[in-house]
Design a protein. Sequence first.
Length: 343
Amino acid sequence: MDAILLQLLNGLDKGSAYALIALGLTLIFGTLGVVNFAHGAIFMIGAFCAVTLSKIFSLSHLASEPSGTDFLGKPKYDDILYIKEWFGESAGAWMLDWSVPLSILFAIPVMIAIGFIMERGLIKHFYKRPHADQILVTFGLAIVLQEVIKYFYGANPIPTAAPEAFRGSFDFGVLLGFDPNAIIYPYWRLIYFAFSALIIGGVFAFLQFTTFGMVVRAGMADRETVGLLGINIDKRFTIMFGIAAAVAGLAGVMYAPINSPNYHMGMDFLVLSFVVVVVGGMGSLPGAVLAGFLLGILESFASMNEVKNILPGIDQIIIYVVAIIILLTRPRGLMGRKGVMEE
């Protein structure tokens, strides 16, 4: 029972990342009709926003006065962090420790700006082009962004620490009445799940209860009619592209302590996230979230040794097997709308 609960927690953790990326993908496809293969790169850039802010907070200079001498008798100068010099010892240390959560404030404007630039500078020219053209150009953009990150940050993963208060693990065994240490789960993964739920709930609340969101939903259902009412739906869709980029970016920021950021992490998540979108149903926001958590949980259970002993390698293909089964029985996905990507 404890192993099952642990795998369920792992599945929710993976599903959170899948759901957030798939949610952004579906927002873009549902509003603009664009199959955006650069969305995984946006997730990667979000993770590197956390890396960048951490590096900025770690900038230092040598003290003007020596603090002593080394073993050769030469003057020894201490490294002094600029952030501690500017904000004080305690405030500077706190900011350095909490650099990942603080990266959210840094990432939001950066990711929205990147989304606007991508949409206005490139993707708007492919609205009326075939989906194959959209896939090729956005996939090419993803490779360019990947290589840019590789050039500036290198090819190796960059460890990014969570705040010290969340580096331990929570003992679910004691909470649920099992033996102590039976179910140990990292605090930060629980924080990531709660953060994902908050972002997903916020996006749905924004679309459901705000005038802007209601117009966007109406435009997703019937773009031409909304345009005939005198509403600049294209401008609102551009804003939604920025919001979708911010969602993927924030998913990357908070994922940085879980999986050390590297230049190809966007591609690693991209294919899986598109499978999630297709399984959930192209253009269906609830379907993307449902499929994200469902496939994350299935992948987690498939990674158990008991399962792999019976079906070797099943953990590598379980998502694709489930996708095939669902699409054979429900060609539009779990919650797909009629007419989406259908001739």
